[in-house]
Every structure is written in C-alpha cells, then in structure tokens.
Design a protein around this ligand. Structure first.
Ligand SMILES: Cc1cc2nc3c(=O)[nH]c(=O)nc-3n(C[C@H](O)[C@H](O)[C@H](O)COP(=O)(O)O)c2cc1C
Length: 352
C-alpha cells in the first residue's frame, strides 16, 4: 500500500486511518489477530472494567439486524451494507490479568506489523479505572482509550458503568486519569449529549491526547407482528444513518478545537468511502465495528483498498483531506438568498 494512506493520532503514526473498533470482533486473541492481518492502522480491543456486574452483562446480550423499514433481516455476511445493528452488548468477561497478558502480547505483534492494539476501558469507578490503565501501560500497551459514558450504561445493572456526560465531570475524570497515565490517553465520548464538542474541549483541557466519538444511540423498536419491543428492551442502534451525525460532530469539534487536536470517528462507517467521509469531516482515524461483526474482517482490508483508490483518483493523501469538507462549511446566512425557493413545496390548489 502507498504512503498516501498514512495518518497520525498525536504521537502515534498510523499506516492508514482504518481502525478495527471495539466490540465482540475484538474480544478474542484470534479476532484481534484477524483484524491486524487485514492491515488496519490500529485495533481497539474490546472494553473491560473492574465490575462483575458489567462482566455478567455479556450473558444478557442479544443482537439483530433490521432493514431500513425496521423489518428483521437474517444475520449473514450477505446482509446489505445499510442493515442496522440493534443490540444489547456487554463487557469483556475474561479475568483482567489474562486479558492484559494477551493484549500486551498482541500489541507487540501489532508493532511488528506497523500497527497497534489499543487498551480499552469503560469507566465505572475512577480510581479503579486509573489502576487498570496503569496496569495496561506497565504491561507495555502503547495507547489507552477510556469510554466515559457507554451507551448501555443507563440500562445496565447499577454499579456496572458510570455515565459522565457533562464537561465538568469529563474534566474531573480525565484529569484524574491523566495524572496516572503517561501513554497516549484517548477519551471516547457519548453521542447522547447536548454538545459533543464541549465534552471534547473538556477532555482536551484536562489532558486527553485524542477523543473518539460518537458512541451509539439508545433506541426502542416496536415489532408490528408481536406488538412487543424487539429484543424486549431498549437497546443500542446504529446504521449508515449514524455517519452524517458523527460527521457533524467531527466538524463542529474541529471548529471548536482547531485542526491539530486529533479526532477519531466512530459510528456509521461501513466501507472505505465512509472512512474518507469521516476524514473529510475532521477525523484522523476512523473505527469500523458493526461492519466487521456482520461482514467479517474482510471489510477492513476492502476499506483500506477503497480508501487508497479514492485518494489516488482524487490525487490527494489521507492527511490532505482531514477536515477539508468541515473547513468548507458555511452558515445558513452565508448561503445566497433565493426568495420563493420554498414555494415549490406548496400545493398550488391550496387556498389560503
Ligand atoms: C456489539 C457491539 C459491541 C460494542 N462493544 C463496545 C465496547 O466494548 N467498547 C466500546 O467502546 N465500544 C463498543 N461498541 C461501540 C463500537 O466500538 C462503535 O463505537 C459503534 O458500534 C459505532 O460504530 P460502527 O457504526 O462502526 O459500529 C460496541 C458496538 C457494538 C455494535
């Protein structure tokens, strides 16, 4: 692959901006190895934390695919790219010591391949999170992500997941972690909040090296056949529709924080063209999670090829396009005045 794909997230040079996102596909050694073999710039390991309740949550998971009209469709690698993934997920159930030993070994393997395995934590107790992050860096992991308000937190058992969704809360948590974590510290932010860019600013001000966003959305989907909710609960939803929302927050965060602070895009990327879209919106790296769960790690290799051929056809590099579309955003009032444009939507037969 050409070096037109190269990107970086702060001090970490990425061979390409495609990242295998944290999820069930990165919960095992073989899953992480397969993602590395697909050639990604980095792999986000499945998240863990200290809570037993969070670990047992994995026994209550369920997953389904819906088409764009909310009809269930078979779980298959032949599912359309716009299938929506509706699910309850849980956390890595493995004992932390053995998981950490695997991650450290896998990150060394990743290093041989010019890639990274990123340690991933979901916040519960801040002190325990800091201790686990310290253990990760002592084990040799070269970067750590902490998700501060996992989408399932509101529905999960009490004491499993903390939900930090306000700027002061983010400043406090990130400040506490930063005092203990020397390696790059990336903070994953929720989408279900008033203004993601304010949370990103708080994370940066408290010492985060990058922010990833946005996490998925809680939803409820009634089943017309059974007249009950699909999966029996509120659960997390994502689909191709999530991409423009993630792009909006990437662009607005870039505007607030400037072009140099690294942003990592997640939520809605299904192929290499979506990766390019998130780069154009301001991402320095882009995670793909649902696409890998549904279609397998092959989507990662294909995405890298698609991104490369897109960049070649445009005569640009990945670095060149980061934030390019975001920086071309204008205000409503900057758009030319077109009086009467709205009139085309009025029924001519309507009488006032
Ligand atoms: C089944 C499933 C499990 C997930 N587990 C985690 C997790 O453990 N930690 C985390 O930070 N994000 C987790 N996520 C969120 C993804 O990493 C990602 O941010 C989200 O799915 C949006 O990206 P996508 O559209 O590429 O799937 C999970 C998502 C799914 C669908």
């Amino acid at each position: 692959m050409s070096n037109r794909l190269a990107s970086s997230i702060g001090a970490l040079a990425l061979k390409n901006p495609v990242i295998a996102g944290s999820g069930e596909a990165t919960m095992t050694e073989s899953g992480i190895r397969a993602a590395l073999a697909a050639g990604v710039g980095a792999v986000m390991a499945k998240s863990t934390n200290e809570s037993e309740a969070a670990k047992t949550q994995l026994n209550h998971t369920d997953y389904m695919l819906l088409d764009s009209r909310w009809k269930p469709i078979p779980w298959s690698d032949q599912a359309p790219a716009d299938a929506q993934l509706f699910c309850r997920s849980g956390l890595q159930p493995e004992n932390f010591d053995s998981w950490l030993e695997k991650l450290a070994r896998l990150d060394q393997e990743a290093q041989q391949q010019g890639s990274y395995v990123i340690g991933h934590l979901i916040l519960n107790d801040v002190e325990k999170c800091a201790q686990m992050a310290e253990r990760m860096q002592e084990a040799g992991l070269r970067a750590i992500t902490v998700l501060v308000a996992a989408v399932h937190g509101d529905q999960a058992a009490k004491g499993a997941i903390a939900m930090i969704r306000d700027p002061q809360g983010i400043r406090d948590v990130v400040g506490a972690l930063r005092k203990r974590v020397r390696v790059p510290l990336w903070i994953k932010l929720p989408g279900q909040t008033e203004d993601v860019s304010l949370l990103a600013a708080a994370a940066r001000d408290a010492g985060a090296d990058a922010v990833n966003f946005i996490d998925r959305t809680l939803a409820m989907v009634p089943d017309l056949e059974t007249r009950a909710p699909f999966l029996g609960t509120i659960a997390a939803l994502g689909g191709t529709w999530s991409l423009p929302i993630a792009c909006r927050w990437l662009a607005q965060t870039r505007k607030r924080l400037g072009p140099d602070f690294p942003l990592i895009g997640t939520n809605g990327a299904r192929d290499g063209y979506d990766v390019a879209r998130m780069l154009l919106a301001g991402a320095h790296g882009v995670e793909m999670t649902s696409a890998v769960m549904v279609h397998g790690v092959g989507v990662l290799a294909t995405a890298i090829q698609q991104l490369d051929s897109y960049l070649e056809s445009q005569g640009v590099s990945a670095q060149d396009i980061i934030g390019e579309a975001a920086d071309k955003l204008t205000a409503y009032t900057d758009q030319p005045s077109r009086p009467g444009r709205w009139k085309s939507f009025i029924n001519p037969e309507a009488v006032d």
